[in-house]
Design a protein around this ligand. Structure first.
Ligand SMILES: Nc1ncnc2c1ncn2[C@@H]1O[C@H](COP(=O)(O)OP(=O)(O)OP(=O)(O)O)[C@@H](O)[C@H]1O
Ligand SMILES: [Mg+2]
Length: 296
């Protein structure tokens, strides 16, 4: 697996040196603005923020292996910085105009439990620490929602309530958080017609609005695995970028190929190798991530 990724990285490097790939300005990982009190909506915020903000315990997240946003230095922060740099370059750099909805990013994998939610939440936190980007994290894994649980947050209404008409406006399920630049839409209740709901015209319109209304916003969708489940393939129809999480040592190349075939060929596709264990000279292991784009 390492070889494959290294080859992909090498290819990417060659491609970048051939094409005039313009990187976005250096990411600024200053500590995010933590909100003490609910803040009134500003033009660059979202559709509404009159809702009670979610309060994410950043200390707990960091202790659970997520990236650190309270100033401590961690290897994982560096790894996500690299991944996010590529995603932001696709979303806002020179090539953005060649991608439909380049700021809509779906995180998926071939099989369950490879680390989609872990990756989606870390990416959202990492991008929210950019000074000029807002992030909307949407739990679109309506079959097995886990974003709130991963972030240590209580359950609330979400996407499915909006799509089924239980709430009339998306702003009613679009929650601010104690991180100023991060908003969350939970998955909400489960529904036996979730595939139809995600494929609906209403969902399409909503995502297009996400993509176009606030040009400095990144929308990250946590989605189900690609193999054996229809929902992810549907979401691939309107996301401009896909991050395919690959669990090192477990994912089969044939599964990865099959997954990529289920994605939209027009999208920018990147791979994150997760749970990869490197060995330092002292023998200790740590997780690693690699990102290589297949296209663009
Ligand atoms: N790089 C990592 N370092 C530490 N723990 C990790 C890492 N990646 C994933 N995990 C842990 O592995 C478990 C599975 O990860 P996660 O829930 O993100 O997978 P998933 O692909 O979203 O699964 P599902 O298919 O059920 O949605 C979680 O307990 C998560 O905290
Ligand atoms: Mg998950």
């Amino acid at each position: 697996m390492r070889n494959t990724i290294e080859k992909a990285l090498q290819k990417q490097k060659e491609k970048e040196s051939k094409s005039k790939f313009i990187e976005p300005k250096a990411p600024n990982d200053a500590a995010p603005v933590l909100r003490q009190e609910p803040v009134l909506t500003t033009p660059s915020a979202t559709l509404s923020s009159s809702l009670e903000p979610f309060n994410i315990d950043l200390q707990r997240l960091s202790e659970n292996g997520h990236i650190a946003l309270l100033g401590e230095r961690k290897q994982i922060n560096e790894e996500y910085r690299e991944i996010k740099r590529k995603l932001l370059a696709n979303a806002f750099g020179a090539l953005a105009k060649t991608i439909n909805n380049p700021n809509i990013i779906m995180v998926t994998s071939s099989r369950p439990s490879e680390g989609k939610t872990f990756t989606a939440t870390n990416l959202a936190l990492s991008i929210a620490s950019e000074q000029d980007k807002t992030v909307l994290l949407v739990d679109a894994d309506v079959l097995k929602p886990n974003v709130l649980n991963t972030l240590g947050l209580e359950r609330r209404k979400g996407l499915m309530e909006y799509l089924t008409g239980d709430v009339s406006d998306i702003s009613e399920v679009l929650y601010p958080t104690n991180i100023d630049k991060l908003k969350i839409i939970p998955a909400g209740k489960s529904h036996h017609l979730s595939t139809e709901m995600l494929a609906s015209h209403k969902m399409h319109e909503t995502v297009d609005e996400f993509a176009n209304r606030y040009p400095d916003r990144v929308v990250i969708f946590d989605t189900p695995p690609l193999i054996g489940i229809n929902e992810s393939a549907i979401l691939a129809n309107f996301a401009g970028q896909a991050v395919v999480v690959v669990e090192e040592g477990k994912a089969k190349i044939s599964d990865i190929k099959m997954s990529v075939e289920r994605l939209n060929p027009e999208m920018a596709i990147g791979f994150v190798v997760n749970k990869s264990v490197h060995h330092d000279t002292d023998g200790s292991g740590y997780y690693g991530y690699y990102y290589a784009e297949r296209k663009v």
